[in-house]
Design a protein around this ligand. Structure first.
Ligand code: ATP
Ligand code: MG
Length: 264
């Protein structure tokens, strides 16, 4: 295994994954994933079926790993449900489900993503006197977010009418409204036109500069090379290697893993 000089020091580690396994019947989707993630944008790549989405689901509590542990900001969150994980500060983006497609962009932004409402948001509602003030606050944040993602001219548009790229922006905006520290992006550029792709990547960098941490699954290796400081390669449910984009791209085992499993 190549030396990964970018492994975060214990003080810098935000997410620490140790020996995580996930099985579906006879299928081993994750076969002992070990990984430390520090600040910035970390790319997670691997051939189709490598286990990337399953890994995200284990991290955010949508699946429970049978073996292994997950620590986020020093707290053991293994087996925690999605709202508890979101409350700790880690969320993943979600495709906008059908029922939300009929709601407007503003309505989508006023609702936290399902199952991800952390105490940081929902706690506001139980302080009776503050109800109206907090409601205004939620609305103000939603409008700010719409502005940031340039969705402000679409506030009254049903989400279902948005283009693929605009929906991705809305997904990201909804995830950020839960007030996370770390956001897991599962192919945020899939089906997005080049102009919006640039916009999404710009926004991710701006958010990184504000202190957000990203784990970024993307199949386009050029995007990973340009936008990630560190890349982790998942292969058959295990971390094959990690390092700078250059190191990973020239690693024979990575090339073999892709050639062996992807139509090229
Ligand atoms: N809910 C499930 N039930 C059964 N098998 C599953 C389930 N989810 C994932 N798998 C299997 O686990 C393995 C890993 O799948 P996963 O979707 O995590 O891969 P991936 O790396 O995200 O792939 P892609 O790049 O195509 O999105 C695959 O063999 C897949 O068929
Ligand atoms: Mg996937």
């Amino acid at each position: 295994m190549s030396e990964d000089s970018l492994v975060p020091s214990p003080e810098e580690t935000i997410l620490e994954v140790d020996g995580v396994e996930k099985h579906f019947g006879g299928i081993t989707a994750l076969d002992g994933v070990n990984l430390s993630v520090g600040p910035g944008i970390t790319g997670l790549i691997g051939p189709n079926g490598a286990g990337k989405t399953t890994f995200f689901n284990c991290l955010t509590g949508f699946y429970t790993p049978e073996v292994g542990s997950i620590r986020f900001e020093g707290t053991d969150i293994t087996g925690a449900r999605p709202p508890a994980v979101a409350q700790q500060g880690m969320v993943r983006t979600f495709q906008i489900p059908r029922e939300l497609s009929e709601m407007t962009v503003l309505e989508n932004l006023l609702l936290a993503p399902p199952d991800q409402t952390g105490e940081r948001l929902s706690g506001a509602w139980v302080r009776g006197d503050q109800f109206v003030e907090d409601e205004l606050d939620v609305r103000e944040r939603a409008l700010e977010m719409a502005d940031f993602f340039e969705l402000d001219h679409l506030l009254d548009e049903p989400a279902g009418n948005l283009s693929g790229g605009q929906r991705k922006l809305l997904e990201l905006a909804r995830a950020l409204l839960t007030d996370p520290e770390m956001v897991l992006l599962d192919e945020p550029l899939a089906g997005v036109n080049p102009t919006l792709e640039e916009k999404i990547l710009e926004r991710i960098h701006e958010l990184e500069e504000q202190g957000y941490t990203f784990l970024f699954v993307e199949h386009d290796i050029d995007v990973i090379m340009e936008h990630c400081e560190r890349v982790v390669v998942l292969h058959r449910g295990e971390v094959l290697t990690s390092g700078t984009p250059e190191e990973v791209q020239s690693d024979e085992r990575v090339i073999e893993a892709y050639l062996g499993e992807v139509d090229v």
